[in-house]
Structures are given as structure tokens and as C-alpha cells.
Ligand binder design. Sequence first.
Ligand SMILES: [Zn+2]
Length: 388
Amino acid sequence: MEAILNIYTVEEICRGFTYNEAEGKGLFGLSGRLTIQPEYQRNYLYAEQNGAREIAVIESILNSYPIGLIYFNKIDDQHLEVLDGQQRITSLGRFLTKKFAVRDKNGMEQYFDSLPEDKQSKILNTKLLVYECEGTESDIKEWFKTINIAGIPLNEQEVLNAVYSGSFVTRAKEEFSNSQNANINKWSAFIRGNVRRQDYLHTALEWVSRGNVSEYMSQHRNDTDIKELKTYFNSVLDWVNSVFEVVEKEMCSLPWGELYEKYHTKPYNPQQVKETQQRLYENYYVKNKRGIYEYILGGCQDTKLLEVRCFDEPTKKSVYARQTEEAKRHEVSNCPLCAIGHDANHARIWKLTEMDADHVTAWSKGGVTDITNCQMLCQAHNRAKGNK
Ligand SMILES: [Zn+2]
């Protein structure tokens, strides 16, 4: 039995995708050359449980997480069928043909054609690694058993190292996959994973290639040095260390390459950064400590990154009661912004469930999250204020 590795884009694999609604099967891809669901395969399961699994496939791709290896069986020169990966491929095909939607950051449902163009092309251009096996069915089954007994399947970077083996990979592994390298300890503050399973090399490649690892490896396959890879990697970490003097455990595995690209030309005062960082760490209301870094780099504007804790229920109820009582006395709305307006809501008394709690002085401007700084606004006004 023979197996070769191939790389296809999502667009190629899903070209000509058809889905049989009646039988619940994804049928064809690769312009008809690929049978996605041979008779002996299970039916499509990822649409169950409200599609949680098929949505996860799309979200993985949008987040640049690998969705794993795929195996095809080569029937003849023109025809392939899916041995392993039919559920993932069917999810992709169903999304591209608008059979289901994912939710964006604001909780809005987005079908493929309503996604922004850069996200559409990210999905279409995502590369999938495919093993194409050729042999008798028993050969293939035997081989499957072997790779499973061998236990740990190859991860994405291990496969890429095999595909693009050559002088570049050899040099790169000496530097980034060598547990004897004295720098590993220092790097481990920012990179998570296993040196020998190529996680450090993968991160270094992701950074220098801006996420296009396989393309980069193919371009540099025959390079005899890794100068650019090494220099870029060190620039990113030197920059992080120069901005943030205090290293916290939440800094591990943040997307430092992306943050470097976005912010490294901006000036920062390390002393000020250190104080802000400490203040945010001590602040009970900051729920997402990992968000502190991008928040600081972005000039302390985007509080969404911090997932600030909200007002608690007793506070909301008591502020609501006070506002409503006062509003009724003056015959105006219990939403202070409706009350100063002149439209139909001027005197409207909203129910508690129709209102949201708002910081009078914005949290980012030092406003506290307690009853002294809480007002209830109708949902429309709260939303309008939040967008400013
Ligand atoms: Zn209002």
C-alpha cells in the first residue's frame, strides 16, 4: 500500500459539493472526483445537537486552529473517496452552501455569504492536509490499525516537517525543537506546548509567516539558513520583554506574533505599562486577565477585552426601584435618557427586564462597579451609549 501527502484548499475540496437532504449525506467534492460518503460510512452526524459540532469546525478554521488530518482512498486515477474526515468535509461543504450559520462576536447569525470578505477568503483558502492511500481495502485497514497502535498520530507541524523535509527543516529543528537549547526555558513563558512535538517551531513559523506556515515552508524548503525565522522570532520576544517588564503566567501562548505586527511601531512607557498592568491584575472586576495585554497595547480603550464583571442583581433591583419611584413622582420615564427626550417614550415606565445597568462614569475612566455609579437605562439607550 502506498500513501502520499497532498494539500488541498477548502475551496478545492468543496468544489461541486452536494448534500442529500433526504439521506442526510454529503455526497461529492473536488468537482465530482471525490465521494465524500461511501456507502459503508456513517451518516452525517455533525448537524445534531443544534449543529454544535459543524459550527465548531467553521469556528476552528476562522480561529486558524487545525482541524486535523484527512485520509482519502484512491480508487483510480480520477476518483477518490473519504476514509476519514467525511464529517469535517461535510461541515465545510454545508457551510459554503449556506445550510447553517455561525454566530459572530456580537451574537449575530452569519451565513457564509454574509461574512466579511476577508473571513470568506480565509475559509476558502485554508489548506487541508490529506493522506491519499492506495491499496486493497484490507491493506488500508491494516495500515490504519498500525498508525493507531503506534499511538500518537502526527500533529500538523510533524506532518509539515515530513512534507517539506530538507535543509531548512533540519536547521529549524536544531533551533526550535531541541530540548537541549538553553533558551527554551525563557521562551516557555510565552509559548505553550511540547518542544519535541514541534510546538515551539510551529509558533516561530506562524509568527514569521503571519499564519501561512505551509506556504512559508514550501518557499524556504531549500534554504541553508534560518536567519529570517530566527530574527523575527527574537524581535517578537524582545519587543514583548521591552514593553512588559513583569512577566505573568497569563502571557503564555497569547498571539504575540499578531500583537507584534499590530503594535510594535507604537511607543510605550514601560514604567507606566507596569503600573497599569499591576492595577488591572489587582482589580476584582477584571475577569479576563489574558485580555489585559492587548487592552494595554491598544491604549486602554477596548474594555471588552477585559470582560469586566457586571453589577449584581441586588444592585440593579435597588437602583431600579429608586429610579422608578422618582420617575413616577415626576411623571417621566424611569429611563433618564428617555425622560429628557420628547418622543413617545418620554413618560414610559419600563419593566426591570426591559432595562440594563450602566456605569454613570465609564469603567475605563475610573468609574467603580457599585451602587454609587449605577444607573438603569432602557435597552435601546444602553446600547446606544455602549457604542460610543
Ligand atoms: Zn431610554
